[in-house]
Every structure is written in structure tokens, then in C-alpha cells.
Write a protein that binds this ligand. Structure first.
Ligand code: COA
Length: 254
């Protein structure tokens, strides 16, 4: 079975991360499939809303670290950036269902979704600093805007996880439900959206996003340049090596 499933029914395109054995960590090939899924949903007039979901035990462990080392993203055309630009500029409603760990891009992609439903087991984390990296997906702009600077610093500098209730409180999540209900709730909400006039949805979303659209684009570019540079620097090499060797990283002197 494919690691990314794409299925359209009743005007809703559902994209499912389906790599449970690796905690839905995302490889370059999966980013490609995700970017393609988003691009066809954008172009297909039969698609009126998109749901991104994982499994009720895990949303995503973020980048597949081994694959990431093997095929580091190079340039704006890299599959990960195609996917991120695809969701950041997606014109139709984007709904997410999140249960269990949502690490790195598993959390940052949510800032580009219109509605987010979480299982009560959801744990959001953005441990970019712990990996010797910097945030992506304009999260260095959007996280402080949504959480406030100090809570954002806890999430982005300390890399501390926060749970579903905290995400609800800051407005990252619309509703918290038992994990077995999250995907169904996202689907039901997407179907409600799919029954509304698409032109009105698209124009309303465009108006809501307009004030910070340019800033998001610029921040993503700035992050990507620094991210690419830091990926090969000693801190990231130590962090990734430690992950592969299943040991604690040693950042002393870095
Ligand atoms: N990249 C590659 N492999 C990963 C992975 C990732 N991001 N996340 C998990 N895996 C692998 C584990 O190495 C493990 O492989 P193994 O069975 O060969 O030992 C397998 O998936 C199961 O993961 P495990 O850590 O045992 O599951 P868990 O339920 O105890 O913890 C997580 C789940 C998501 C909390 C934990 O796996 C984790 O923190 N992963 C790394 C997250 C990360 O740093 N991502 C990068 C963000 S940019």
C-alpha cells in the first residue's frame, strides 16, 4: 500500500499519511505525492475541500531523518517546498485531523490549514533547534503570531511539546475529541464546506489570508535559505547522527 493515500469522494479530497511503521515520518517521495495531491486538488473542479489526516495513534513524526540525510532538499523545487508552497497558497478549504505526535512539519503544516480537529492524544512539537536546524513553513512568523512570543519561544527555542488542550486554548485547534472520532469529524466538516458555494469560500479564504500572504512567502524563503545552510553544519550532523545511533546528542562546543 502507498505511503500517501489520496481519495476523492463527495467533493472532498482526503490525503492520508500511511506509513505507520515509521510513525508517518515523511520521505522525499511522500512529499512529492503530497505536493501532487494538493496540486491536483487545486486544479480539479470536482474537489471543493481537502482533508489531511494521519492515523489515530500518530499524525506524523516529521521528516524521515534517514531519507532527509540521503536526499536533502535542494532549492525551491524540492518536493518538501513544493508541498509547503502548495498548502500555503491553496485556494480551497483545507481541514486537518491530528492525533498522537505531530512533530516538525507535522505541526507547522497545520498553520496553513483552515480548520484543525485533534484527538485528545495529540502532541504538537517543533524541535528544529534540537536538530540543529531552524523552523520552516513560515512557522517562525506564524507561531509567534498565534501563540504570542513567549509561548512560541518555549515551542521553538526549547522545542517543548504541547498537548491538544493547549493547542485548543491558543486557537491552533478548533475542537478536541476522542482520537477515534477526529478523522470522521474532519470529514464531516469538510463535507459541510463542500456543500457551500465554492467561489464564496475561495474569495473569503483569500481575503482572510491576504494581509499576511506576502510576509508568509518571504519568511518561507528566508527560512529555507538558512535551513539549507544549517543542514550540513556540525550541530545538525551531530543531532542526526545521534538519532540514527539512538543516543543523546552532544552539542557542547557547537
Ligand atoms: N525519521 C525516521 N525514522 C523515524 C522517525 C523519523 N522522523 N520517527 C520515528 N522513526 C522510526 C524510529 O526510528 C523507529 O524505528 P525502529 O523501529 O527501527 O527503531 C520507528 O519509527 C518507531 O518509532 P519510535 O520512536 O519507536 O516510536 P514512539 O512511539 O516511541 O515515538 C515519536 C514516536 C514520533 C515521538 C518518535 O519516533 C520521535 O520523536 N521521532 C523523531 C521525530 C523527529 O525528530 N522528527 C524530525 C522533525 S524535523
Amino acid at each position: 500500500m502507498s505511503d500517501v493515500l489520496v481519495h476523492t469522494e463527495a467533493g472532498v479530497c482526503t490525503i492520508t499519511l500511511n506509513r505507520l511503521a515509521r510513525k508517518n515520518s515523511i520521505t522525499s517521495a511522500m512529499y512529492q505525492a503530497l505536493a501532487d495531491g494538493i496540486a491536483s486538488a487545486e486544479a480539479d473542479t470536482g474537489v471543493r475541500a481537502v482533508v489531511i489526516q494521519g492515523h489515530e495513534t500518530v499524525f506524523s513524526a516529521g521528516n524521515d531523518i534517514a531519507d532527509f540525510l540521503d536526499k536533502p532538499p535542494s532549492g525551491e523545487d524540492a518536493p518538501v517546498f513544493r508541498f509547503l508552497h502548495g498548502i500555503a497558497g491553496f485556494s480551497k478549504p483545507l481541514v486537518a485531523a491530528v492525533c498522537g505526535p505531530a512533530v516538525g512539519i507535522g505541526t507547522t503544516l497545520l498553520f496553513h490549514c483552515d480548520l484543525v480537529y485533534a484527538g485528545d492524544n495529540a502532541a504538537f512539537s517543533m524541535p528544529f533547534v534540537n536538530l540543529g536546524l531552524v523552523p520552516e513553513a513560515a512557522s517562525s512568523l506564524l507561531v509567534p503570531q498565534m501563540l504570542g512570543y513567549h509561548r512560541a519561544a518555549e515551542a521553538l527555542l526549547l522545542g517543548e511539546p504541547f498537548m491538544a488542550e493547549a493547542a485548543l486554548e491558543v486557537g491552533l485547534v478548533n475542537r478536541v475529541v476522542p482520537p477515534s472520532e477526529a478523522n470522521a469529524l474532519a470529514q464531516a466538516q469538510a463535507r459541510k464546506l463542500a456543500a457551500k458555494p465554492l467561489s464564496s469560500l475561495v474569495e473569503t479564504k483569500r481575503l482572510m489570508k491576504r494581509p499576511r500572504q506576502q510576509a508568509v512567502r518571504e519568511q518561507m524563503q528566508a527560512e529555507a535559505a538558512i535551513f539549507a545552510r544549517m543542514l550540513t553544519a556540525p550541530a545538525a550532523r551531530e543531532a542526526f547522527g545521534a538519532f540514527m545511533d539512538k543516543r543523546k546528542p552532544d552539542f557542547s562546543g557547537l
